[in-house]
Every structure is written in structure tokens, then in C-alpha cells.
Ligand binder design. Sequence first.
Ligand code: NDP
Length: 454
Amino acid sequence: MPDFDFDLFVIGAGSGGVRTSRLSASFGARVAVAEDRPLGGTCVNVGCIPKKLLVYASHYAEDFEDAALGYGWTVGERAFDWSSLIEKKNQEIARLNGVYAQLLDAAGVRRIEGRATLEDAHTVRVGDARYTARTILVATGGWPSLPEIPGVEHGITSNECFTLKELPRRVVIVGGGYIAVEFAGIFNGTGSDVVQLYRGAQFLRGFDDDLRTSLCDEMRKKGVELRFNVNVESVEKIDSGVRAILTDGSSLEADQILFATGRAPNTSGLGLQQAGVELGPKGEVVVDEYSRSSVESIYAIGDVTDRIALTPVAIHEAICLADTLFNDNPRSPDHEDVPSAVFSQPAIGTVGLTEAQARQRFERVDVYTSKFRPLKHTLTGRNELTFMKLLVDRATDRVVGVHMLGPDAAEVIQGFGVALKCNATKAQFDATIGIHPTSAEELVTMREPLPEDS
Ligand code: NDP
């Protein structure tokens, strides 16, 4: 048995890489992790955490209004300072970077700063140093991908949104996925004029159709200009910012144009192909059910594998992998019924199948929906509607999809994720007492399915 420097060498200290490192070390493995950017990866530095902080910041505009409109408050003059928000956010992210370092150190993981590349199935190079490892984990995440159009370099990606020096007064957002709708809400709430362009007929492809149309309605009510079936053909730099030329022949001027056009696995220049690792069409590391690549000693987890690009999924994959490699407990990650949220405004929370998927899979599907004005807005008069939907396989009575659009949707749906994991039936939903007065109680009090031909 050759003598390796480490039992596990992890490339990438994001959510997946850090969890695998710490857990493997706790099982007695000798572990190193290499990272060339701040610790914590996308989630901590340019993703989930700072995004949610910006969502909180942007929602205050409505909160102040609601307080005055419905709840007796006199709200004084309001002003929003983008740079102060970014500074506060930066402080918190720096704190988290430090926490990650401490956690790795406390677990006895060797931290190596720098860009790692593979030399062969057991060798990694970082700068001038070369390390050998019995197993190597590629956990390098993803990176924003840009359309190949003239002038695309004048635009920004979500990465840059987190450090913009000033709040753009006018923003064009290209794309109709998670990041596009989340930033549309952030910029709209903080006072920018937002135009969001999506190339298809309805954004958020892959989500339940009723959720998509309901979010579209609510975003328009809040003042986001949504334009569908249109794309950007080219971008020019002009004195006042940028000009986007659109496929319908029109043009738009803005201070910033944000391309939220997807993320691609971060595999280029890593030496993966040289080491014999098979990559898929998007550049993702192709892995088996135990996250093993085509090379026996090389594994990959998280966004770089293009399975489900969500932090908690990467962490789950990490736990399974550490258990498999170093805890004598081989297990493969479970990618079924993964709850997720979009921190749009209002937010989406969802778990299980969409109606279209449920109808494909089951012969008869009962659909329960509810659309209502939440209690809070009976006093404010705000015309923001909450939407909820349950999908039930009639043959087994199993609830196979739960969808919500509305305040706190992410918090509500987390618990329903447990119910779906337990194969809960509609009868069990009905037997659950609601918590009153909440929006969530609606999900256990829906009694009449929609007529079958509706
Ligand atoms: P998504 O894949 O969700 O969306 C990309 C969007 O860009 C789609 O609407 C797509 O259109 C559009 N698009 C792609 N290529 C082009 C092009 N050439 N021109 C115009 N439009 C284009 O990617 P995101 O970047 O929004 O997010 C990446 C992933 O990160 C998400 O899928 C999610 O897994 C994760 N994420 C999760 C969050 C959360 O949990 N709240 C938040 C943010 C990200 P089309 O639909 O037609 O393909």
C-alpha cells in the first residue's frame, strides 16, 4: 500500500468540501482542503447567505409602508444607503469566513491556500507544492455562465451584485431562474427600476405552473417590469451605463445589466481530464450513486456534479461520502423530495412533484388550491395574495406535492418536507390540527379538490 500524504485531499472549501473534510477528520482520516478564495464557497460569499441578507434589507420598504398604512405607526423620512448595507454584510461574511477556518482547524484539517490542480489519480499540485492522497474530492462548485453575445462583458453576474459600489438606479436582469427573480426583488425593494427579461413564455421553468403565474402577478404588482419571450442580442457601453439591444428590435438603457443566465460546473483548468475523470456535457464531473467519478480514487459532490445545485444537498452528499469512505457505512445520497425555496418577493417554498409531473406519474391526481389575502394585509390593504397548492395521488391518498407562494413560504414548507418524506397521506394532513391564525394552517384545512376538468 503506497504511503500517501493524506487520506483525503479536498479541492474546494465550500459547503460540501468543508463538511466532508471535517467529518472525515472526525472519523480519523488525515485530511487537507485547498481553496483559492475566501472559505465557505458560493453559499457564504456570493450566494445564499449574503443574498438572504439583501432580501431582508429590501423588504423594509414594504414593512415601513405597511406599518404606516395599517398599524398606527408614523414612519419618518426613509432613506436607504446601499454602501452601508454592503459594509455590514461584508463584516458578517468575514466573520463566517473566520468561523469556517476555526471549524476546519478544530477538526484537525490542514488548510492549504491556493488553486489546486490534479496531476494524476492520487496527486494534487498547489503552487509549487505537490501532495499525494489516497482519495481526492472535487468540490469546486459552480460559476455563473454568460450567454455568448456581443458586449456581454459590460454586464455583471450575481458575483458582482454583492459588492457593487452603488445601487444601480435602473437594472435590467436577464434570465428567469432562481437568481434572476431573487435579485429582481432585491433591487426593486431597495428602490431601483427593474426590468426582467426572460426568453421563454413564463419564467421559473421546472416549478409548478400555478406558482409561476402567481409569482409573476405579484412581482408585477410590486412594480417589477417583467418581459417574456424576449432576450438580449447585444450590449453596448454608453455614458450613462449600458444599452441592451433586444431580440424584438427594441433597446433598453440601464445603469447595470445583470446576467442571471445559469451556473456551470467549475471544472475548467483543474486537470480533471488529464487525470482521466469523465466530464458531462456541461463540464460536470460524472459520478455514480456514491459520488465516485470514473477514476476510482476521485470523488465529486455538490454543484460541480450538476445534480441538485443546493447547499443542503451538497452537505447531505458530503455526509454520505464521509460515512462511505471513513466510517464503514456506505450510503448514497437521497435526491428525492428535496424541498427548496426561491427568495423572491413574495417567496416560493416547494417540495415534491409539480402538477404536470404528478399527472405524468399517477393516473388520478387530486389538486387542492387556495389563494387568499394574508391576515396582516387586511389592515394594510396591500393587495398581495398568498397561493397554496397540494397534489394528491388518488390511488394511495399520498400527498405528492406541496407548493406555496407567500411570506415565510420557505419556513412553512420545511416542515411539510418531513411530511412528504414520511409518505404522509391527505387523510393525515386532514387529521392535523392547524395553528391559528397562520397561513400555514391552510395546508391542513383544504377540503375540496378542484373539479377534475378544471
Ligand atoms: P437557473 O438555471 O435557475 O436559471 C437560469 C435562467 O437563465 C433560466 O431562466 C434560463 O432560461 C436562462 N438562460 C440560460 N441561458 C440563457 C441565455 N443564453 N439567454 C437568456 N437566458 C438564459 O440558474 P440560476 O443562475 O438562477 O441559479 C443556478 C442554480 O443555483 C439554481 O438552479 C439553484 O439550483 C441554485 N440557486 C438556489 C437558490 C435557492 O435555493 N434559493 C438561489 C439561487 C441559486 P430557460 O429556463 O429557458 O433555460
